[in-house]
Design a binder for this molecule. Structure first.
Ligand code: N01
Length: 542
């Protein structure tokens, strides 16, 4: 790990910075780079001891990005793009983390990165229009602007199960997996949670453990990832294709160059539909969830995709009851993030692996020896929580953010997040969220999403400087209109039917509202451009 060796680097300009960036994942690093490049003074405060954000923390076995490596990487610098060589179609967590470290070095970010700093407060002083940003260990930074690059999936959710802390074996969380790894050989392991993290980790945990018990509350759809290593030829072709690939991505709905089956579902016969699903399945990865246009809009197209995926489960899983339990019942396919796996369903054919369907057999309590469900006791040496995140808002509302009129973000968002374009938050001037609720973020390639948002914020700041404005704040009415639009748009799709983390449904007491903007990457870019071209109507500049 990188030690926090930058701790003593003095802050320039007598302590008043132009910008504090919170977080040094993909978004925070790019924000820091652009700030420094434009001559602004800036630091990025990062809780981890290295860059990468989610890719710093999520070191569980099998952690791998479900967006292809050639797409899930920065596009802003052509030579970076050409110099870095990805080794596989879907990069592993260690490789993505190495890439982030490489970018930090290559762009000279290190002197401006402060590791081991968890920001826990940001208060705005109205008199001099300055934010004071505080860390858990008592440091204070002063800055004109705050950029919140805190990630959408970075506030881990540890469920409050009865007896949780009484367990005497080893407790692990996928989102905070020990850096040194864990040897599970000879252990009786339990995993709670079957989202993307659990589904990636379970086959590898099963390989290592003496026995594995999977505690599943909701079944998820998962598609084989069909990863492969790149040959030199592959890479040459990919590099040559980068300009076209990126150009298509910037015009796309989801920030990658993929398109749906060229014909409308309703114009083709059953046989052709089946062939289209089979071809997508054979390509591997999340795009099965978008085989046809309108697959997450039209219930009948969605039903056809579900039928195909569910047949796959029954073909692979030998025990009919286990196959039935692994079949999702609570959401249209693709309306929860579709998972990708290597041998997930096959894992349940092994004699030492068992599935507990918590809908039929709920957890009563965690005991010192394991997990007690209504129907039995599961003795365990290791308990793994793959239980997800307080997504999209959790990392923001866990910080005590207070604006000039005493607004506290956690309170003002208790009825759901309110943003203008996902970036500006009324009540909080000179503060910008990257990939925040109300932006496409988690529905698209988050690296390009971050680049687009940072570029847009930079233009806004330059505009303010050029016109002598020292404050910029989203208007309340603009944020209301935007947030209503985000909600209404989601209702034209099947997404709100799923009890997903997009809806806040995985966190008890969280307001259920669809948080990301579902109008597509290109649609969102156009909305942002429209705001800029209207002299940033929707913001108060002063
Ligand atoms: O989290 P999740 P995740 N008792 O929220 C269960 C991205 N990601 O870390 O569905 C029992 O999806 C919960 O059950 P339910 C990706 O966008 C990407 O797996 O709420 N179970 C669910 O099964 C993804 O969507 C990659 O009923 C409980 C699980 O825990 C997002 O991150 C890899 C429970 C949590 O699943 C989050 O994925 C990893 C309880 N009290 C993550 N509380 C790739 O790129 C929760 N659960 C491949």
């Amino acid at each position: 790990d990188t030690v926090p060796e930058t701790r003593d680097v003095p802050d320039p300009d007598g302590g008043l910075l132009d910008t504090v960036v919170v977080g040094a994942g993909f978004a925070g690093m790019y924000a820091l780079h652009r700030m420094l490049d434009s001559g602004r003074t800036a630091v990025a405060l990062e809780a981890g001891h290295g860059v990468g954000g989610v890719w710093y923390w999520n070191r569980y076995p099998g952690a791998r990005c479900d967006v292809e490596s050639v797409d899930y990487s920065y596009s802003f610098d052509e030579t970076l793009q050409q110099d870095w060589v990805w080794s596989e179609r879907y990069a592993t967590q260690p490789e993505i983390r190495r890439y982030c470290e490489y970018v930090a070095d290559r762009f000279g970010l290190r002197p401006h990165l402060r590791f081991g700093r968890r920001v826990d407060r940001a208060h705005f002083d109205d008199r001099d229009a300055v934010w004071t940003i505080g860390t858990e260990d008592g440091e204070r930074y002063r800055a004109r602007h705050v950029v919140l690059a805190t990630g959408s999936l970075s506030a881990p959710n540890l469920p409050d199960l009865p007896g949780r802390d009484s367990f005497e074996g080893e407790v692990l969380m996928t989102a905070q997996w020990p850096a040194e790894g864990v040897d599970l050989t000879g252990n009786r392991v339990g995993v709670i949670g079957t989202g993307s993290s659990g589904i990636q980790a379970i086959p590898l945990i099963a390989e290592a453990a003496e026995s594995l018990t999977v505690f599943q509350r909701s079944a998820n759809y998962t598609v084989p990832v069909l990863n492969h290593e790149f040959t030199d030829d592959d890479w040459e072709r990919l590099q040559a294709g980068y300009p076209d690939r990126r150009a298509a991505s910037w015009r796309s709905g989801a920030g990658s160059p993929h398109t749906a089956y060229p014909k409308d579902f309703w114009e083709i016969d059953e046989q052709e539909r089946e062939a289209a699903f089979a071809a997508r399945w054979a390509e591997g990865g999340v795009l099965f969830g978008k085989t046809f246009d309108r697959q997450t809009v039209d219930p009948e197209i969605n039903r056809a995709a579900r039928d195909f995926a569910e047949r796959k489960i029954r073909e692979i899983v030998r025990d009919p009851q286990t196959a039935a339990d692994l079949t999702p019942t609570d959401h249209p396919i693709g309306t929860k993030r579709i998972c990708t796996d290597r041998g997930y369903y096959e894992t349940f054919n092994a004699d030492h692996v068992s599935l507990v369907n918590l809908r039929r057999d709920p957890i009563v309590e965690v005991t010192p020896w394991g997990v007690k469900t209504e129907e039995g006791i599961h003795e365990l040496d290791v308990l793994v929580y793959a239980t997800g995140f307080d997504a999209m808002t959790g990392a923001l509302t866990r910080i005590d953010i207070v604006g000039p009129r005493g607004d506290r973000l956690a309170d003002t968002w208790s009825g759901g997040p309110l943003t203008y374009l996902g970036v500006g938050i009324p009540g909080f001037p000179n503060l910008f969220a990257l990939n925040g609720p109300g932006s496409p973020s988690v529905l698209i390639n988050m690296v390009l999403a971050a680049e687009q948002q940072v570029d847009w914020v930079m233009e806004l700041l330059d505009h303010c400087d050029a016109h002598g404005h020292t404050r910029v704040e989203a208007r309340h009415d603009a944020a209301e209109t935007w947030t209503t639009h985000v909600d209404e748009l989601s209702r034209t799709t099947l997404f709100p039917e799923a009890p997903s983390w997009y809806m806040g449904a995985n966190i008890e007491g969280k307001k259920r509202v669809f948080m990301p903007y579902i109008g597509g990457f290109k649609g969102y870019i156009d909305k942002c451009a429209e705001c800029r071209d209207n002299d940033y109507a929707g913001f108060v500049l002063g």
